[in-house]
Ligand binder design. Structure first.
Ligand code: GLN
Length: 256
């Protein structure tokens, strides 16, 4: 009897040790941290056969995973339309938004943002033989944007008419099929699309498109979560992890 108890205690001790070391296969004590995203934005978020968080992969997904894990939580993803993300945050359906989301004054009215982790800009994707060289050349062209993206806001502010699409790939198809002349979209995503589709090039115009900063959004007033997120982002920025992830995913996302 004594022997059995001893053996049982040993088994229990080993199990506890293993659990501490491996966090028991991913179920963390701190609960689940649910991020909302729109997995249509490579290299930041896209659906893969096996990703950083389930089927979701990309720079943002790797960042989300590390934020959750360093706070002893299990990361989860809710994939939805880009325009639904801030509403889902307000409703409590998700805890945070990580979606290559640019911080804007308007968005700051409905959510609080973390410290920025990436700087981007809008660029123009055109056919290789296009005569567009600066943003004002778009004046008499057929412009495509993605609904709710900052590209739509920029083109709208310039006063040009445009057609908006739900997905980046749909806008690119219009361009490939000569149904539009230019797609305005974020720089890293544009790089991915021109690698995937022959005959396209990127035109930059830094005097027309300001630089943008991507950050993670939390519900207004959720400083507890914001602090947790900021601590990990700060660390990932200073130790070079964010740069490494960007290089890795821009490389792999464009090398296909
Ligand atoms: N950076 C752009 C924005 O915030 C696009 C983001 C995205 O599509 N995921 O609107």
């Amino acid at each position: 009897m004594k022997k059995v108890t001893k053996a049982a205690t040993l088994v229990l001790a080993i199990t506890m040790m293993v659990c501490t070391l491996t966090a028991c296969g991913g179920s963390k004590d701190g609960g689940t941290l649910t991020f909302g995203t729109n997995a249509e934005f490579p290299p930041f978020e896209f659906v893969a056969s096996s990703g950083s968080i389930g089927q979701y992969d990309g720079i943002d997904m790797a960042i989300a995973k590390q934020i959750a894990e360093e706070n002893d939580m299990t990361p989860a993803i809710e994939n939805m339309e880009f325009e639904s993300l801030l509403v889902a945050l307000q409703n409590g359906q998700i805890d945070a938004v990580i979606a290559g989301m640019t911080v804007t004054d308007e968005r700051k009215e409905s959510a609080d943002f973390s410290i920025p982790y990436y700087t981007a800009t809008q660029v123009m994707i055109v056919k290789e033989d296009s005569d567009i060289t600066v943003a004002t050349d778009m004046a008499d062209k057929r412009i495509c944007v993605i609904q709710g993206y900052t590209g739509e806001i920029c083109v709208g502010d310039m006063g040009y008419p445009y057609e908006s699409f739900k997905k980046g790939t749909d806008a690119i198809m219009e361009l490939v099929n000569d149904k539009c002349d230019v797609v305005v979209i974020d720089s890293a995503t544009a790089q991915k699309y021109i690698k995937d589709n022959e005959g396209l090039k990127i035109v930059e115009d830094s005097s027309a498109f300001e630089s943008e900063e991507y950050a993670i959004a939390v519900k207004k007033g959720n400083t507890e979560l914001l602090d947790k997120i900021n601590n990990v982002i700060e660390k990932m920025l200073s130790d070079g992890t964010v740069s490494e992830l960007s290089a890795k995913y821009i490389e792999t996302a464009t090398a296909e």
